[in-house]
Design a protein around this ligand. Structure first.
Ligand code: ZN
Length: 176
């Protein structure tokens, strides 16, 4: 008698998800900063950092469905470079007791944080996995095999599904 085995499919799936997670940390960083700097359902934007985050969102939303390397649409490039001029960076080497000499990039203001994350992510082959949830409007990284997710979480899918079902039931009732 051997010990209970995890079904192979599940294990493989977990492994695949782990691999994807390792490779998408760049995209996660972008998503985290966007959600932090441009939160949903907030009162009108006041800080320039929030405005900057909205600009980055617009860039992401204007990326073509099929993205070719080094062939970004000119409009995207112009928009990015316009923002970049307002968010200068500093190159430096870390100077701690434990880690000394690690190449780092510093930002003169908070605006650069989101833009820097986008700069990194634009070179990532899976940038098109960065999406906005159609239910709660938060950004997320799509980890499904076919890159077909529309919502950020199971919770959002349930909420969406219940609402759709309610609506269908209502319209059915009206027809009778
Ligand atoms: Zn959501």
């Amino acid at each position: 008698m051997g010990h209970a085995r995890v079904p192979r499919g599940t294990k493989a799936k977990r492994r695949r998800q782990q691999k994807l997670a390792d490779s998408t940390s760049t995209l996660e960083r972008l998503v985290t900063r966007l959600n932090a700097f441009a939160p949903r359902g907030e009162p009108p934007l006041t800080s320039s950092r929030e405005r900057e985050a909205r600009e980055v969102e617009r860039i992401l939303e204007s990326l073509p469905r099929r993205l070719e390397y080094w062939k970004l649409p000119r409009g995207v490039v112009d928009r990015f470079n316009r923002l970049a001029r307002k968010a200068p960076v500093i190159l430096f080497l870390s100077d701690g007791t434990e880690f000394r000499g690690v190449p780092m990039i510093g930002y003169l203001n908070g605006n650069g944080l989101v833009l820097g994350a986008l700069w990194d992510a634009l070179q990532h082959p899976h940038i098109k996995r960065v999406k906005r949830c159609s239910r709660c409007q938060k950004w997320f990284v799509d980890r499904t095999r076919n890159n077909g997710a529309k919502r950020c979480s199971l919770a959002c899918t349930w909420r969406w599904w219940n609402r759709t079902r309610r609506r269908n039931r209502r319209s059915k009732r009206q027809r009778h």
